[in-house]
Design a binder for this molecule. Structure first.
Ligand code: CUA
Length: 330
């Protein structure tokens, strides 16, 4: 295949594949920050296209005007080193870069963090290989991977990492902020509309970097209040024989990594699971949370997410008993 055809095929594949699934791009913004980012991007893109068209048209015009027509061998006018031309070019670059700088500074000012207020949601985000821990510091809730926020509320976020550098990025809601061990970073966001927005760890952090996603559920205020009330409840108690057997197994096998206390603040190895089934995904928000996927996960986590810390050898009976209990954790 000729190189041109190969390139064309790659471009075509890129276009076709990019149409798969929802596209979490800042170009469909759902927040004030992403809205300003998209506007700045659009303005600079239009400016770049105009410059490209102007330069290309000038080049084509000069090439056509001064082409060698055969009969006339004199050179086109030579203007190299003419200070007037250099001066005009330098002034244009200065004006265009100056305009870009002003645009950028205005955008930075517009998306600067607002002063903290009592109505804000305070969130501590902790990056782990390879999942996100969300600690609602004022609400006594710890959860993982799936973040709930009320529409319109200002969310003040502090970010820390427990191991390596990660980066917290939900494109439709905000820009990315690095999550660095030993250094607390800060960001904020607010969502203009309800819905589910996908995010992704944006700093390479090892084998499962790609499977370190974030799902942000933007609820109505009432929906958020109901979610909070449910999350604050203690984990369900086992009733049937299977549930009790599952609970006992979990107390010995799982409790050292996964807390069943919704407000657990000790740094655990794995996500808090007090209300596991209130989430729609698991394993770094990469698998739908349902009994079938969870059974596969308990059988052997490694084919589903190679390199993760969970490596249990459970019998089929133990798996069913644990599943019976996990199903209660709504
Ligand atoms: Cu965490 Cu990439």
């Amino acid at each position: 295949m000729k190189i041109f055809h190969k390139c064309a095929l790659l471009v075509w594949l890129g276009i076709v594949l990019s149409g798969c699934g929802p596209s979490p791009t800042f170009l469909s913004p759902a927040s004030l920050i992403a809205g300003h980012q998209a506007a700045l991007y659009r303005d600079i893109l239009i400016e770049s296209i105009l410059i490209f068209v102007l330069i290309t048209a000038s080049l084509i015009w000069i090439l056509v005007r001064d082409r060698n027509r055969g009969e006339n061998k004199t050179l086109a006018p030579q203007i190299y080193g003419k200070m007037a031309v250099v001066g005009v070019a330098a002034l244009m670059i200065f004006l265009l870069d100056g305009a870009d700088f002003v645009w950028m500074a205005k955008t930075m000012r517009a998306i600067a963090a607002p002063a903290a207020s009592a109505q804000d949601i305070n969130l501590h985000v902790i990056g782990h290989r390879w999942w996100w821990e969300f600690d609602y510091t004022d609400l006594g809730i710890k959860t993982a991977n799936e973040l709930h926020i009320p529409v319109g509320a200002t969310v003040q976020i502090t970010l820390d990492s427990i191991d390596v550098i990660h980066s917290f990025w939900v494109p439709q809601l905000s820009g990315k902020t690095d999550v660095i061990p030993g250094q607390t970073n800060h960001m904020w966001l607010t969502a203009d509309q309800t819905g589910v927005f996908i995010g992704q760890c944006a700093e390479f952090c090892g084998l499962e970097h790609a499977m370190m996603r974030i799902q942000v559920v933007v609820d109505s205020q009432d929906g958020f209040n109901a979610w909070v009330a449910n999350q604050q409840k203690p984990a369900a108690q086992p009733r049937t024989e299977d549930e009790q057997a599952g609970y006992k197994l979990m107390s010995t096998l799982c409790a050292s990594c996964h807390s069943l206390n919704p407000a657990e603040t000790d740094a655990k190895v794995g996500p808090n699971i007090a209300h596991l089934f209130s989430r729609s995904t698991f394993a770094g928000a990469t698998y739908d949370l349902n009994e079938e996927n969870l059974r596969r996960w308990l059988e052997n986590t490694q084919p589903m997410k190679p390199g993760n810390d969970m490596d249990l050898k459970l019998t089929p009976t133990e798996i069913e008993q644990i599943l019976a209990y996990l199903n209660l954790l709504k």
